[in-house]
Write a protein that binds this ligand. Structure first.
Ligand code: TRP
Length: 372
């Protein structure tokens, strides 16, 4: 019997990600040229959101001024860090384009995949995630944040959401699940189907009815999208519009690899103090510079693997001309690693100080986003 290894497991992703290879294997398309509304955003302009499925449908909805939904979710474990902020920025961007936002707190998934209690998930979701979303600029209008374990106060809506999970189960097979994820526990299987319901339920009549939905995620989540897309095609009633999705690169961790909330020396949390930020960057941020000053001046550094440069590119230096100058100066050896780090530290602490003030004010707003 030939046993095929799953290509990526959403609950356990390895350090090195070969985006090109994954795109080929999964059949995901590279992001093509985008309208101006998108290229104004650095995540799209700089290719950090780099690939998609059926994104055309969303572009058409925007062009034709038709309604569409942005749906995504968060697994509430650990500290809210810069990697999470990358997703938040996309939510806020779609909100500015007029999308209806649906945001799932994956507390059931955290329970099944991480053994974290529902109470703990709720606490972390509010304290870490939702407060930071609000401080980053998420607005309560056309935005609903819900818990997988507690979909809605409205029984009709709640029932429809859980009913859909079962409908998806009915239209799937064990072999199909196995081909996508490998051997997984029944709990994880239920989580995968619930995530399917997360992504598809906005199209139920109890919610928006058939409507284009875009799901912005990291590429590790694509198995869930494939499952939901495949199953939903088989369902005759209700008839779903095929899901669209976009994929962003992972923000690198300080030492390279992935930014992970389980390793404090890999992330910058949005609640880190200026002192912590300075010492983390100086101590940990992986440098693309050369070993000695002479070598660096002579051969220059490599911005493509330098984590400080990557943070400026993905987050903190929106001005393309300034970014290019930093890139070129570093590459030529004119700029040293210590100087590059100093630029980042300055930008980052300014941003975080402002953010942390807003975060204090966010407290009072939380009820406007949940318990709908
Ligand atoms: N599985 C996602 C994660 O681990 C969280 C999630 C739950 C999600 N439901 C979703 C993501 C729906 C996108 C769409 O982070």
């Amino acid at each position: 019997m030939s046993k095929k290894e799953p290509m990526i497991n959403p609950w356990d992703i390895s350090e090195k990600i070969n985006y090109g290879k994954l795109m080929k294997e999964f059949g995901i398309s590279p992001m093509k040229s985008l309208p101006k509304a998108f290229t104004k955003n650095i995540l799209f302009r700089r290719g950090i959101v780099f690939a998609h499925r059926d994104f055309q449908r969303i572009l058409e909805a925007i062009r034709d001024k038709k309604k569409f939904v942005m749906m995504t979710g968060l697994m509430p474990t650990g500290k809210f860090h810069l990697g999470h902020a990358l997703v938040a920025q996309q939510m806020i961007f779609y909100q500015s384009l007029g999308a209806e936002l649906y945001i799932a707190v994956a507390d059931i998934e955290a329970y099944n995949a991480r053994g974290q209690s529902i109470e703990e998930s709720r606490k972390i979701a509010i304290e870490e995630y939702i407060k930071n979303y609000i401080a980053l600029g998420l607005k309560p209008q056309n935005c609903e944040i819900y818990f997988q374990s507690d979909r809605s106060k409205d029984g009709k809506k709640s029932n429809a959401y859980y009913r859909l999970q079962n409908l998806l189960a009915k239209h799937s097979t064990f072999n199909e699940v196995k081909a996508i994820y490998g051997e997984i526990s029944p709990g994880k299987m239920l989580s995968a189907l619930l995530q399917g319901s997360d992504m598809l339920h906005p199209q139920l009549k109890e919610f928006e009815g058939a409507i284009p939905v875009v799901v912005p995620v990291g590429i590790d989540q694509d198995p869930h999208l494939r499952l939901a897309r495949d199953i939903s095609k088989r369902i005759k009633s209700p008839k779903f519009i095929q899901l669209s999705s976009t994929y962003h690169m992972f923000l690198p961790g300080l030492k390279g690899g992935k930014m992970s909330s389980s390793d404090p020396s890999s992330f910058i949390a949005l609640t880190d103090s200026p002192k912590e930020v300075e010492s983390k960057i100086k101590r940990y941020a992986f440098s693309g510079g050369k070993d000695t000053l002479e070598q660096h001046r002579k051969h220059g550094g490599n911005p493509d693997i330098d984590v400080s440069y990557q943070y400026l590119k993905m987050f903190f230096e929106p001005d393309d001309t300034k970014l290019k100058k930093i890139h070129d100066d570093y590459k030529s050896g004119k700029m040293l690693t210590s100087e590059l780090k100093q630029i980042l530290i300055k930008k980052m602490t300014a941003f975080l100080q402002e953010h942390q003030k807003k975060r204090k004010l966010a407290e009072k707003q939380i009820d406007k986003f949940i318990y709908k």
